[in-house]
Design a protein around this ligand. Structure first.
Ligand code: HEM
Length: 546
């Protein structure tokens, strides 16, 4: 927070404080006293004193240094806004320890750079999907969806975002308070989509009635949550339950279903899906976790790997091999169940676990669906998972487009904004086209899913499309440079800053090292691609010929 007794100064007054130990600077009409901070400045003292860099701005600008003369949106004698924003994220000035360096404002100047208020829409072109862009219309979303979106965004930016950034830093799991807040608004329940589990709940303070909630609302929730630049944190924040709970809701006995739903939707206990193993990923029929029927119940022995949110989960929806084929069981943490964190490249806050089941006794009532064709229970779950991952993927790519657009316009190279380079504009054009087309396709599919109430054919089509969208965005798409195989566009736009954990490119760095994961999770991309085409071929009419 800025000091309260702010004074008004002229540039001439500021210019007198231009040396080490007595250094004032002007950023966006605000006067900062850096006299004590300058020796500790992370970018060094010298830059702050170097008039040629425009960093001793009051002095430099009064001298009309070239930087200020280059048509960068500043008039000579004004301030060092461009120099600052070419090197720092806006949030630096919002940090209390830096905000309090402000001692006043420049007479007659009014700040022109403002942080976007929590919950509001971004005005950066393409930073929002078309349906949220002023002047555009949507065949799917109504005014009520808009109100819902505003409420979810506010929640995400006020409650989730600060915790996500902090947890990505310290590697701890998402805070209990965030789960509790999600429970209070019923976001935990709504994230699973429409259904019986919403009955009697007050959704988002009453913004939508339980029977009114559609898959389009779920799309809004997923896409708003995915704007948070912390992919791993999102996984820790209940993405495990997103896939682990549906089989319980659809196949468990009413008593078990209601107990686990109550505990999860109130934010008390967590649920994970435990299918993949060191031995089997996409080829789930080869699992080596064995369930044996005994008079007292099922006995389960085996291991599970890459279990999202598993370190914190109480319940695991587990795919097992049985004498009859496959069976899915709900296993509660207890004797014989152990979880160990897996160190991943993407985030410790995802709670990715290696789970061991050592001769665990599981009551017969915990069986989900029939013994033998358990594979069908597992596979049916993948459809919703892929759709959700695609919705998240498109949204997080949009955030990257926004970051790149901002950076390319505020960063100066060779005396000009980066955006003045045609090659940068070409990369941005490709990224925008892919994000926009992916979102359009996603909305079409979502609408079909909504109308057909998870009709299998649409869902199969959705899965094929989802694979394509993810490939488009990651492998050949938003990340790639057109006409060459030189890698991700966002890396080229941000340069070395895309590799640093702090500063301008920190979100790009985090995005880049998690970007490919959605092509693996929920079934490897190429396997699902192939499945999509095989299913299309199944639907080919026998009589068609060229
Ligand atoms: C209120 C004034 C300022 C504050 C509070 C401040 C603070 C910081 C902080 C916290 C960083 C670390 C990186 C980050 O977190 O973004 C940084 C880096 C830096 N700062 Fe400043 N700074 C100020 C003004 C300036 C000015 C006027 C210049 C010169 C034009 C400057 C040049 C740099 C440079 C060159 C870096 C390193 C950037 C990089 O590694 O990419 N700073 N500053």
């Amino acid at each position: 927070m800025a000091a309260t007794n702010l004074k008004t100064y002229t540039l001439e007054e500021v210019a007198k404080h231009n040396k080490a130990g007595d250094l004032w600077i002007v950023i966006d009409g605000k006067v900062f006293d850096l006299s004590r901070f300058a020796p500790m400045h992370p970018g060094g003292l010298s830059v702050l004193l170097d008039a040629d860099v425009g960093a001793s701005p009051a002095l430099a600008l009064l001298r009309r240094v070239p930087f200020a003369d280059e048509g960068l949106g500043l008039e000579a004698g004004q301030d060092a806004t461009d120099a600052f924003f070419g090197l720092h994220r806006q949030e630096v000035l919002l940090r209390p320890q830096y905000a309090r360096l402000q001692i006043g404002t420049i007479s007659g100047a009014s700040p022109s750079i403002q942080a976007r208020p929590a919950g509001s829409l971004s005005l950066v072109p393409y930073a929002e999907p078309t349906w949220l862009t002023s002047g555009y219309h949507s065949p799917y979303f109504t005014e009520k969806h808009h109100a819902f979106q505003r409420a979810v965004r506010k929640f995400v930016e006020e409650v989730v975002l600060p915790d996500a950034l902090a947890r990505e830093e310290d590697g701890k799991p998402p805070s209990k308070e965030v789960f509790k807040a999600m429970a209070e608004t019923n976001l935990l329940a709504m994230r699973l989509g429409p259904g019986e589990h919403l009955k009697g709940r007050v959704l988002m303070g009453g913004l939508v009635e339980p029977e009114e909630l559609t898959v389009l609302h779920t799309l809004i929730i997923i896409q708003e949550f995915s704007r948070v630049p912390a992919r791993g944190y999102a996984d820790g924040l209940g993405n495990g339950a997103q896939i682990g709970l549906p089989p319980i809701l659809h196949h468990a006995t009413p008593a078990l279903r209601d107990k686990i739903a109550r505990e999860y939707f109130s934010g008390e206990k967590y649920v994970s899906l435990a299918i993949s193993e060191a031995f089997a990923g996409s080829d789930v029929s080869r699992l080596k976790t064995f369930a044996t029927k005994t008079p007292e119940g099922w006995r389960v022995t085996g291991t599970k790997k890459w279990i999202t949110g598993g370190t914190a989960s109480t319940y695991f929806t587990v795919g097992c091999r049985s004498a009859k084929g496959m069976v899915v069981l709900v296993i509660e943490r207890g004797p014989g169940v152990e979880t160990k964190p897996i160190k991943t490249a993407y985030s410790a806050s995802a709670g990715t676990a290696f789970v061991t089941f050592d001769n665990v006794l599981v009551p017969f009532e915990n069986q989900l669906g029939p013994d033998g064709p358990g594979l069908a229970v597992i596979l049916s779950n993948f459809n919703g998972e892929r759709w959700g991952m695609t919705a998240a993927t498109v949204s997080s790519h949009r955030v990257v487009v926004e970051e790149c657009l901002k950076w390319a316009t505020q960063r100066k190279v060779f005396g000009k904004p980066l955006i003045s380079q045609p090659v940068i504009r070409a990369k941005l054009a490709a990224m925008i086209a892919r994000v926009e087309s992916s979102q359009a396709w996603l909305e079409t599919i979502t609408f079909q899913v909504d109308r057909q109430h998870v009709a299998s054919r649409t869902i199969q089509a959705a899965r094929g499309a989802d694979c394509f969208i993810e490939e488009l965005l990651y492998e050949g798409g938003a990340g790639q440079c057109e006409g060459c195989d030189s890698g991700a566009s966002w890396l080229f736009i941000f340069g070395g800053r895309a590799l640093t954990l702090s500063g301008m490119g920190k979100y790009i760095e985090r995005f880049h090292h998690t970007a490919v994961f959605d092509a693996i999770l929920g079934g490897a991309e190429d396997v699902l691609d192939d499945l999509g085409v095989r299913q299309a071929v199944k639907g080919m009419p026998k009589r068609v010929r060229l």
